[in-house]
Design a protein around this ligand. Structure first.
Ligand code: PLP
Length: 444
């Protein structure tokens, strides 16, 4: 049986696969393997149930192996497995785009499909530069990101991104990129509940960068509304509004990277809805297909899309796209996902659970080595004091111990990040937080 074959994996079998963002040698000495999943739980190769505290990698928002999604994929695979993405169409990719526009922030009327968050980011950056060019402002090519930002791993994304380890091995990256400061101010905002009070003035750094280069050279600013992968950094009250105002004033496009925050993570369909700030372009992936099949979607305002729809009608308007853009099986998975979100009210469920989640998380204040706790919607972070000379070690021990105890948590640097599937119950929130509490008490 398939399952028993999977269970036979031995360390000797593990050498060929170069694992992404993983300490390969350490992993292969003591592998952690999942062989199945259902709803809120994974099952490990040694038969243990593990509570999913991270929705896989911030993506399995509807929980695991949901029937509507599984069925949609199976049916689509039997019906139309693949259709060329260029100069050909198939009905469900158009249906999906319409369904996505229906739930998108007002004014985001068009969708470009990709296969991942990284591809969505590079698509958005290229779109922004090309938009200015088709509008006759070809000098606007500069891009502005933010320190500690994570925008995937492609060259555009790591250039505007601000996580040093993800950048420093890869040469000169894109030219013409500046970074605004991050908004993590622990001395003022530690243990804030929800959006922190202090730091909106950091958005004024954008004015400084604009003054330095002149607005006529700048294409776009890209930020994660809530920075996830760097360890959950929230925008201070009023900060995103200020960024929006400055971008509008200078004709600079604002891109929200909603790869994590999209599809209900904050208790609203998108972070743009949560903060009442609409970007010009919005990148998504992960939750669009519940993480089940690779897919990304870039949402674009009508004015941007329409600016490209000029010139001879037989000409391609945007020289960009992927073999698997709008792949039928990925589209089916996304439609099954949207159906599940709708039937179960998952895109807003986080709003109801957020107060409970907040209280549960902040009950960890005072546990050993906890120096900050941050939360918004169904995202949480517990920051630990680093061990002198051994950064990341304490949090990584917490991750391993949590897995052994039966909870999947994620760590980045010395921060534990939590983002459970949006179907989590209050009882399971308690269980998750109790696991973290026990782990914190058990590590040095
Ligand atoms: N952008 C953000 C904000 C992300 O959090 C991620 C992944 O975590 C990405 C982009 C990259 O997505 P992917 O890993 O699908 O390429």
């Amino acid at each position: 049986m398939v399952m028993s074959n999977r269970l036979k994996v031995t360390p000797n079998d593990l050498s060929a696969f170069w694992m992404p963002f993983t300490a390969n040698r350490q992993f292969k000495q003591a592998p952690r393997m999942f062989v199945s999943a259902k709803d809120m739980h994974y099952t490990t190769s040694d038969g243990r149930k593990v509570l999913d505290g991270t929705a896989g990698l911030w993506c399995v928002n509807a929980g695991h192996c949901r029937p509507k999604i599984t069925e949609a994929i199976q049916n689509q695979a039997a019906e139309l497995d693949y259709a060329p993405a260029f100069q050909m169409g198939h009905p469900i990719v158009f249906e999906l785009a319409n369904r996505l526009v229906d739930i998108a922030p007002k004014g985001m009327d068009h969708v470009f499909f990709t296969n991942s968050g990284s591809e969505s980011v590079d698509t958005a950056l290229k779109m922004a530069i090309a938009y200015h060019r088709v509008k006759g402002e070809g000098s606007r090519t500069r891009l502005i990101g933010r320190e500690r930002g994570y925008h995937g791993v492609n060259f555009g994304g790591i250039s505007v991104g601000g996580i040093v380890t993800n950048r420093k091995m890869f040469g000169t990256l894109l030219g013409g990129v500046d970074h605004m400061p991050h908004t993590h101010l622990p001395e003022k905002n530690a243990f804030s509940k929800g959006v922190p009070e202090h730091g909106a003035e950091l958005a004024n750094e954008l004015e400084r960068i604009v003054a330095l280069h002149d607005a006529s050279t700048i294409a776009a600013v890209i930020v994660e509304p809530v920075a996830g992968s760097t360890g959950v950094i929230l925008p201070p009250k009023g900060y995103l509004q200020k960024l929006r105002e400055i971008c509008t004033k200078h004709g600079i496009l604002l891109i929200f990277d909603e790869v994590i925050t999209g599809f209900g993570r904050l208790g609203t369909p998108f972070a743009a809805d949560y903060f009442g700030v609409t970007p010009d372009i919005m990148t998504t992936a992960k939750g669009v297909s519940n993480g089940v099949i690779p897919m990304g979607a870039v949402f674009v305002k009508k004015e941007i899309h329409d600016a490209f729809m000029t010139g001879p009608e037989h000409m391609i308007e945007f020289f960009h796209g992927y073999t698997y853009s709008g792949n039928p099986i990925a589209c089916a998975a996304a439609l099954g996902t949207l159906d599940t979100y709708k039937e179960e009210g998952l895109l807003t469920r986080g709003k109801e659970l957020a107060p409970y989640w907040e209280d549960a998380l902040h009950s960890l204040k005072g546990e050993p080595n906890v120096i900050d706790i941050r939360n918004i919607g169904l995202i949480g972070a517990i920051e630990l004091a680093p061990i002198a000379g051994q950064p990341t070690k304490r949090a990584f021990s917490a991750f391993v111990k949590a897995f052994e105890r039966g909870a999947l948590i994620r760590t980045t640097g010395d921060i534990i990040a939590l983002s459970p599937p949006l179907i989590i119950t209050k009882g399971q929130i308690n269980e998750l937080i109790d696991h973290v509490r026990d782990v914190l008490r058990s590590i040095d």
